[in-house]
Ligand binder design. Structure first.
Ligand SMILES: Cc1cc2nc3c(=O)[nH]c(=O)nc-3n(C[C@H](O)[C@H](O)[C@H](O)COP(=O)(O)OP(=O)(O)OC[C@H]3O[C@@H](n4cnc5c(N)ncnc54)[C@H](O)[C@@H]3O)c2cc1C
Length: 554
């Protein structure tokens, strides 16, 4: 019998979430084995917006430049047109800035209320291929394409998993941890017996992905990112030159076994105008869901991305949320494997990320309702429809969804006792309150404050008192927590960081902030996951290899 293969982390699924998780683990020096059932990356375009927050995270992985190079050029807008069809009439238009225009706005915004990076258009097919190439080049990622995870279980401190290829060969893997990034019909989730709850089979979409150079007809209403038609179609410009995707809503019940028929005719019918199509790249029928897993895993087997939450594409939250999961989980797994992370660290993953999955799932439904209402309103007055669309343009303009992610009840965040500021899906107010994303600003050119942060934790020092910072830094060094000390001198940055010491995690969220490091050991123990959660003053008691010390509630 062949010996099982050993790996610190087995990742099931090489979609965007699994690929980003592998890259994040590698950034922290942790090896993984990535098992992907298909021999190739996805052929379906799927995701086409990576938001600014995700771009900040991808920049930390060193991926942003390559993604922008393979994605849509920075001069093209993100405009969304609402119309009867490509012959019109036009009912409304959401004008949304190009990457270049966004860059100018971000550079001119010094209050931290926007991300440091512009968003990026790029189809998932291109994103995955690029990330998979990087994974193959990464010596810390053992990529196994064509291998499906078919069974897994935890045996004490080890996860045993069985992989199979299409010829019936099998491989046994022993891993410290397994992460199921295996999509909406996750095998890992099924093995764990975890249910999904929410809205299933919201509707049925017919998809035709095609190549066409017929810009005369495709751009009859002008350049666009998306065109929503009042007849239930959405046309997506994948690359501004020759690749397009049409989705048409067929309703919940579809009796016809071949609802697309001839894809060329289907496209012409849906858009109300014939298009010269050179190639049909893919055509299929799919059903969007808005579901959330009851749990994000058990002990050493965890779920991330679509295996934990599925979203209707309105808003483009699916992959962006999965990417947030992967980054949140990646450094926690690394810390646990490297020995400076305690048991609360992995326990915090679900506590922090499941509410975000829930919130984003609800927000994508709100976006979908706007599109449905638009279709219903078209029979009424044109002015009323235009007004409705102008007032309901939050689908891609929701800085609250993107940036205002807070981990209020986390056992690895030290609360500062302040009340939570109100949450608004459209806006973000920069804050150094623990649990929130740290503020970022453009410093000049393409550089941002986040570029100065370390790969691990960063102690952003906007406090004029060296002794306070040294206490935290020495305690971090004592427990092996990787940390960079970043002293701010620019008065505007010092003000942005509220004249405080701000301890920022590798995922750019604030673990602790304050002016008085009364008990460095307790702070560091808690953010490392060594502390006991939910104590009365928000600071942990010491446990494990740490001494127990009296706590001061300040
Ligand atoms: C039309 C459309 C448009 C979208 N637009 C956006 C957008 O603009 N922005 C956005 O953020 N999101 C968007 N999404 C959502 C996005 O596509 C998903 O959220 C994203 O693919 C989730 O990534 P994932 O890696 O978690 O799962 P998946 O992409 O589903 O990847 C799972 C991977 O696991 C593999 N796998 C499955 N089972 C096994 C197994 N047993 N063993 C090994 N491998 C396995 C699969 O082959 C697959 O490669 C869109 C989706 C659609 C359908």
């Amino acid at each position: 019998m062949t010996q099982p293969l050993r790996t610190p982390v087995l990742i099931a699924g090489g979609g965007p979430t699994g690929l980003v998780l592998a890259a994040e683990l590698s950034r922290h020096g942790v090896a993984s084995l990535l098992a992907e059932r298909n021999e190739h990356t996805t052929l379906f375009p799927k995701m086409d917006i990576t938001n600014g927050t995700s771009m900040e995270l991808l920049r930390r992985l060193g991926v942003d430049g390559e993604l922008r190079a393979v994605g849509v050029g920075p001069e093209h807008s993100f405009d969304v047109i609402f119309a009867g069809g490509l012959d019109g009439p036009v009912h409304g238009r959401w004008r949304q800035p190009s990457v270049n225009e966004q860059r100018a706005t971000l550079a001119a915004t010094a209050d931290g209320s926007v991300p440091g990076q512009p968003w990026q258009r790029c189809s998932q097919a291109i994103f995955e291929a690029m990330m998979m190439d990087r994974a193959h080049r990464d010596p810390l990622v053992d990529v196994r394409q064509g291998w499906r995870l078919q069974a897994c279980r935890q045996l004490g401190d080890v996860v045993a998993a069985e992989l199979a290829d299409s010829d019936g060969n099998t491989l046994t893997i022993h891993a410290d941890y397994l992460v199921g990034c295996d999509g909406a019909s996750s095998r890992v989730r099924t093995e764990l017996g975890i249910e999904m709850d929410g809205l299933k089979d919201f509707t049925t979409f017919a998809l035709v992905h095609f190549r066409s150079l017929d810009l005369t007809n495709l751009h009859a209403l002008g350049q666009f990112w998306h065109v929503y038609t009042s007849t239930g179609a959405v046309l997506i410009a994948q690359n501004e030159t020759d690749t397009w995707t049409l989705h048409r809503d067929l309703g919940a019940e579809v009796d016809d076994p071949d609802p697309i028929g001839d894809p060329r005719e289907f496209v012409a019918r849906a858009l109300g105008r014939p298009i010269v199509i050179d190639d049909i790249l893919a055509s299929s029928v799919w059903r969007p869901n808005a579901m959330l897993a009851d749990s994000y895993g058990r002990d050493r087997i965890l779920l991330a991305g679509d295996s934990a939450h599925t979203m209707i594409p309105t808003g483009g939250y699916g992959m962006n949320t999965g990417l947030g999961d992967a980054i949140n989980l990646g450094w926690k797994l690394a810390a646990t494997i490297q020995g400076w992370g305690g048991p609360q660290l992995l326990a915090s993953y679900e506590i922090e990320r499941r509410p975000v999955g829930d919130r984003n799932r609800n927000a994508c439904l709100e976006n979908a309702m706007v599109i449905l209402q638009y279709r219903d309103m078209v029979a009424g007055g044109a002015a009323e429809v235009a007004q409705f669309l102008a007032a309901n343009d939050a689908e891609n303009l929701s800085l609250g969804i993107e940036l205002d992610v807070r981990y209020d009840n986390s056992p690895v965040v030290v609360p500062d006792g302040s009340a939570a500021p109100p949450w608004d899906r459209r806006t973000f107010v920069a804050t150094v309150r623990p649990g929130h994303r740290a503020p970022n600003v453009v410093l000049g050119g393409h550089d941002t404050l986040f570029d100065r942060f370390g790969p691990g934790f960063t102690l952003v020092d906007a406090l004029d008192d060296n002794s306070q910072a040294s206490r935290l830094l020495s305690e971090a060094a004592r427990v092996g927590l990787p940390i960079r000390h970043l002293t701010l001198t620019d008065p505007a940055l010092v003000a942005l960081y509220h004249h405080r010491l701000v301890l920022v995690r590798p995922d750019l969220h604030i673990a602790w902030s304050g002016t008085d490091v009364a008990d460095a050991a307790s702070i560091i123990a808690r953010v490392c996951g060594m502390g006991v959660p939910h104590d009365s003053c928000g600071l942990p008691e010491r446990s494990g290899r740490h001494r127990t010390r009296a706590l001061r509630c300040t």
